[in-house]
Design a protein around this ligand. Structure first.
Ligand code: NI
Length: 174
């Protein structure tokens, strides 16, 4: 297992579209384990391949509410695809490991259905609501080069990104 460096704004890879995985190799399985470890370490509730510098359609997440004593509930999804979205929406205050210190209220469909493969190549269909639904949508957005800030007003977006880029520059300067 290894911790992977997390890509920060304004890195161009965050704006690129990841390609479908054709074959799940041992290397990709290892990568997904490393992504999960990196996410827990950050700590965060989700991580997409673009954020660790890869353009394959792979996401990991764990939206269990540990503060309320929920057991860990990790997912590793290959080629996740949303096949249904509820008309009902919900709003969450989202953040992102690639956008340091930035948060904003994002409105998304409250429930979704998603199909994906697990690291063993088994197909799954999952219906999700609550934080899990938000998290899956946020991570799949990453695979399409979309950041949560794209869902904010321009004013709010500019503010969040300006601050995040300043922090990213400071971190990179060491
Ligand atoms: Ni994110």
């Amino acid at each position: 297992m290894a911790l992977l460096p997390i890509v920060l704004v304004p890195d161009a890879i965050l704006r690129q579209v990841a390609k479908p995985v054709e074959t799940i190799t041992p290397e990709l399985r290892q990568l997904m384990d490393d992504m999960l470890e990196t996410m827990y370490d950050a700590p965060g509730v989700g991580l997409a391949a673009n954020q660790i510098g890869r353009l394959e359609r792979v996401i990991v997440l764990d939206c269990a509410d540990k503060q309320s004593g929920e057991e860990p509930n990790p997912f590793q999804m290959v080629n996740p695809e949303i096949t249904w979205r509820s008309a009902e929406t919900s709003k969450y205050n989202e953040g992102c490991l690639s956008i340091p210190d930035g948060t904003g209220d994002v409105t998304r469909p409250a429930a979704i259905r998603v199909t994906y493969m697990d690291p063993d190549g088994q197909s799954h269909e999952l219906e999700a609501d609550g934080l899990l639904a938000t998290c899956i949508q946020h991570e799949i957005d990453h695979l399409d080069g979309i950041l949560f800030t794209d869902h904010l007003s321009k004013l709010k977006r500019d503010m969040v990104l300006k601050k995040a880029k300043k922090i990213a520059r400071e971190r990179q300067a060491g």
